[in-house]
Design a protein around this ligand. Structure first.
Ligand code: NVA
Length: 366
């Protein structure tokens, strides 16, 4: 039987991926971890309910087009099975009035080698999101005898998992940055919590962002679960809303990373890259002044690109400065329109999860 699942990084030749779907997406009700993440001036603050139908349709159109482009470039694409996300959910520890969406898969699924693991997300509204991917996991399990189908320890997400009154509408941007610098985030350390999109995989090394969606205990959990890998906790003190590493620190090929200039990697954390002759280049500025309506993410989705191989990258069509920079860095750029999908949880990298990339577990930082 063929090997279906294998991926050790975000740059070796991509052959098989999952792309999310926007159907039935909700803006979830506020809860302890989400209120911190919605910017103070966002039109989404205080609102919740189904996302407007026309926005779902437009997002799905762009997602379908993205799938067609990937297939044209030789990538097999699978899609999740969305649930009716407007259902309320309950566990012995909490109740939430709705779920969210089957977007983006990058937050939920972490592929390391022949294993795909569902993450331990800190948002209650995302507690059952993994179910949208379970039909695919079962298919891989039935057809690839080496595939390891796994699930991180499920966090209980009781009130003890969050700092209450952490969020305060009056908090200034400067105060937020002080909190980030002090590594003072909304989650507590009672249990490991992490989003898969906080993990940057580079062969034997995992660089994991400690921020609003991934806590310190998760780093310790990763170290014990993957004793053969090296786990590095990274911080980006310039980011007032530190979640998900893929609009901040993005590898393009072995030896080259683009870094958000507003969120530079601190000097002491750059040492491992410099010692191994990796270049960290400032990413080009975004082409837009603001995100599209009803979007949680920042304008830096400009750098949230999908690398197809060491010379080919998919960039959002309107992000002309980022595309120009990629070109200068020696990459062939495939432009894809995607701004209508941004409100559903992110950009081109977010909207995918790796199933198969060529290559093995290289040691890039010996
Ligand atoms: N913190 C990120 C999320 C990107 C996927 C942002 O810049 O919005």
């Amino acid at each position: 039987m063929p090997k279906i699942v294998n991926s050790w990084n975000d740059f070796d030749p991509l052959k098989h991926a999952i792309v999310g779907r926007a159907d039935f997406s909700m803006i979830p009700p506020e809860e302890p971890a989400t209120s911190e993440k919605v910017p103070v001036d966002s039109e989404m603050r205080g609102m919740w309910g189904p996302r407007p139908t026309e926005t779902v349709e437009k997002a799905n159109e762009q997602l379908d087009n993205y799938v067609a482009v990937l297939e044209k470039h030789g990538v097999k694409v699978d899609r999740p099975t969305p649930l009716q996300w407007n259902q309320h959910i309950q566990t012995p520890d909490f109740r939430n009035d709705s779920m969210m969406t089957a977007m983006p898969p990058r937050d939920i699924l972490l592929t390391i080698g022949n294993e795909i693991m569902a993450s331990a997300n800190s948002f209650r509204c995302r507690y059952f999101e993994y179910l949208a991917y379970w039909p695919l996991m079962n298919e891989y399990f039935e057809n690839d005898p080496e595939f390891k189908w796994s699930q991180a320890p499920r966090p209980r997400l009781t009130d003890k998992s969050y700092k209450h009154n952490y969020y305060d509408e009056k908090i200034s941007l400067e105060d937020r940055l002080i909190r980030t610098a002090n590594k003072d985030f909304v989650t507590t350390e009672v249990e490991p919590m992490w989003d898969a999109a906080d993990v940057m995989r580079v062969g034997k090394d995992l660089f994991i962002q400690h921020g609003l969606t991934t806590n310190r205990k998760a780093m310790e959990w990763f170290k014990r679960y993957y004793p053969d890998l090296r786990v590095h906790s990274v911080n980006f003190p310039g980011d007032p809303y530190p979640i998900h590493i893929d609009a901040t620190f993005v590898p393009l090929r072995p030896g080259l990373i683009i870094n958000n200039p507003h969120r530079p990697l601190p000097v002491e954390q750059r040492a491992i890259f410099e010692a191994n002759d990796w270049q960290i280049v400032e990413a080009a500025k975004p082409a837009h002044d603001g995100p599209p309506p009803l979007c949680y993410s920042s304008v830096w989705l400009s750098m949230n690109c999908l690398v197809l191989d060491h010379k080919t990258v998919v960039v959002e069509e309107s992000e002309v400065y980022q595309a120009e920079q990629m070109d200068k860095l020696g990459m062939n750029v495939i432009p894809v329109p995607f701004r209508d999908a941004y409100p559903f949880g992110g950009g081109l990298h977010c909207a995918t999860a790796d199933v198969y990339r060529e290559g093995g577990m290289e040691d890039y930082f010996p």
